[in-house]
Structures are given as C-alpha cells and as structure tokens.
Ligand binder design. Structure first.
Ligand SMILES: Cc1ncc(COP(=O)(O)O)c(C=O)c1O
Length: 312
C-alpha cells in the first residue's frame, strides 16, 4: 500500500512540503546502506475519532536511534530530546489526530564516492503519516527462512541500520514466494533469532520465552514493553536461547514489533501452533498492549507522550 501523503516532512530542523523532501542520487546512505532509522507509532485514545493522540515510547525510540548511530560511529545532528520535540512539532503541523506511523531517518548525504564518511554532511528526516495495521490478518502462517539472520560479528543487528534490511527483504520475499506471511530467522549458531521486522515470543507451559540479544536480535521496544507487562501480570518470562524444534511444540507463538504490534502465529513450517487459533497468553498480552498504548489502561503514563495536550 502506498504511503499516504502528509503536508510536511521535518528535515534538518525545517518543515518541508512532502513532495519537496527529496535527496540527491549521490547520497552516501543510498549507495552503502549507512542510514539509521526508527519506526514509532502514535495511538489515538478513541480510534473512532475525537480522541487524544499519544506517541508510544517516543524518547525510548529516539534513544535507540542514537545508540544505532553510536554502534556504527555515524554522526547524529540532534539529541534524542530534540528529535522527540521535532516529532511533536511535525505531528501538530500535519494536524494528525488518528493513529500514525512515524519514521525518523538519519542519513549521510552527498559527498564522496568512497566509503569514508567523515566529511559527509549528516541529515535527519522525520516522516509521519496515518497508519493502521501492518499485518491485515489475525494470525500468520510463517516459515523458518533458509536465510540466516545477519551475524553480529559482521554487522551488529542490535543497530537499526538501513543496510541490515536487505537480509530481512531476502527472508520476507522468500516466505511470500512460498505462500507464507512472514519468516523467522535463525542466528549463525542455529538458534531462533527474530522475524523480518519483529521479535518472536513463544509460550511453553504458561511461561513466556523469547531469545536474548546474543541471538542477534534488535532489542525491540515492543519486546521490552511485553516483558515488563507480562512480569507485572505475574506471567513468568524466560529470556533464553530457543531451538528450532521448540517452535513446533510451543503452545503459542507470536510476533511483536511496533508495526506488527502483537500478532499471533498460527503455524510454523506447516505445523499447527497449539490449537491453531490465537492462544490465551497471546490474546491477553495483545489486549493489554493495545490498552496501555492507547491509554485506556492508565498504567505506565511515562510511555505515552500527548501530542496536543489536554483541551486542544
Ligand atoms: C529486525 C527487527 N526486529 C525487531 C523489531 C521490533 O522492534 P520494535 O518493537 O522496537 O519496533 C523491528 C522493528 O523495528 C525490526 O525491524
């Protein structure tokens, strides 16, 4: 689906009309994948209209953007706090009040043809537009990809770098070609890592299980949210290596990410997960995540940044 246009894009401190926010073909990041980015959601407290728009874990996402840049030594022109307030400025300028997706992107511009980027000017863009579901299905059929997750000794997956996503594109397109909805990837040791743009959770005997950072995952903010909410609900959580076969005998499997939110997995490699329907722990965490993100559950107010403030 084509991204719907908004009025403005925030570019290096200015609000630029959507159609004019373009870049030169010699942009370093376009050739070498040297951009860092984030995916953030804003949720309306009343999806039907008339609600308050809150950005979910805004500063945490901007801090991860800063960490991604730091891992690769890329310059970032603005602090996480400055980028958080720029996001609010953009949402207000675009008069967005419904559910939105926000894409901050820090990239290296026009300079040399070589790899060295020390003399290249960095830029930051923030793009925001109305957005609904990422997966238009209530449950997914997934495969374990023949492609391994990029290994952390080569390109650390803990950084959200644009170049890393060629790995996800390979796995995703392979899955679609074979009639699946998404792919799970194993790390270079053969343990479960993550999906193409989501972290993975299993439920085994009432315990929530998810792979650790050492399995080459992006440390998802949704993953962190769910681990914390689950522990608060008294659901035991294990962060540990997961073998491939565990996917086949798990009671429940789901994907978690900003775009995917909590999406149940109904089968893996043609083997039905549990009853073949979204399981009770998945459904409970899915509902809890949505109500906390929208603010209908008052817990964790520090995770919600109001865009307009009350009464505006
Ligand atoms: C590869 C990958 N893993 C996991 C995630 C989930 O991260 P988050 O929950 O912060 O969106 C994403 C999405 O950003 C991703 O691209």
């Amino acid at each position: 689906m084509k991204v719907p246009e908004a009025k403005y894009i925030w570019l290096d401190g200015r609000l630029v009309p959507w159609a004019q926010a373009t870049t030169h073909l010699m942009t370093h990041s376009l050739h070498y994948g040297t951009a860092v980015f984030e995916g953030i959601r804003g949720y309306s407290s009343a999806p039907g209209g008339g609600g308050e728009l809150n950005v979910f874990r805004l500063l945490d996402h901007m801090r991860r953007l800063e960490a991604s840049a730091k891992i690769y030594g890329f310059p970032l022109r603005y602090s996480p706090e400055e980028l958080a307030s720029a996001t609010l400025e953009l949402l207000r300028a675009n008069e967005l009040r419904e559910d939105v997706y926000i894409r901050p992107l820090s990239y290296l511009g026009y300079g040399t043809i070589g790899l060295v980027f020390s003399d290249i000017e960095p830029h930051v863009a923030i793009i925001a537009f109305p957005y609904g579901k990422y997966f238009h299905k209530d449950g997914l059929n997934v495969m374990v990809s023949t492609w391994r997750r990029i290994c952390q000794e080569a390109t650390p997956p803990a950084a959200k770098v644009s170049g890393h996503y060629v790995n996800s594109v390979l796995a995703k397109m392979e899955a679609l070609r074979h009639g699946f909805d998404d792919a799970l990837m194993l790390d270079s040791r053969g343990y479960l890592s993550e999906a193409t743009g989501e972290n993975v959770f299993l439920v085994r005997g009432g315990t929530l299980v998810t792979p650790p950072p050492s399995a080459g995952i992006l440390e998802g903010i949704t993953r962190d949210t769910l681990i914390r909410l689950a522990r608060e609900e008294g659901i035991p959580v294990e962060v540990r290596d997961v073998s491939r076969h565990e996917l086949y005998v798990a009671d429940e499997v789901f994907l978690a990410g900003t775009a995917a939110e909590v999406t149940p997995v109904l089968s893996v490699d043609g083997r039905t997960v549990g009853s073949g329907r979204p399981g009770p722990v998945t459904s409970r965490l899915r509902a809890l995540y949505e109500s906390v993100a929208r603010g209908s559950d008052p817990r964790h107010p520090e995770w919600r940044t109001p865009v307009y403030g009350r009464g505006t």
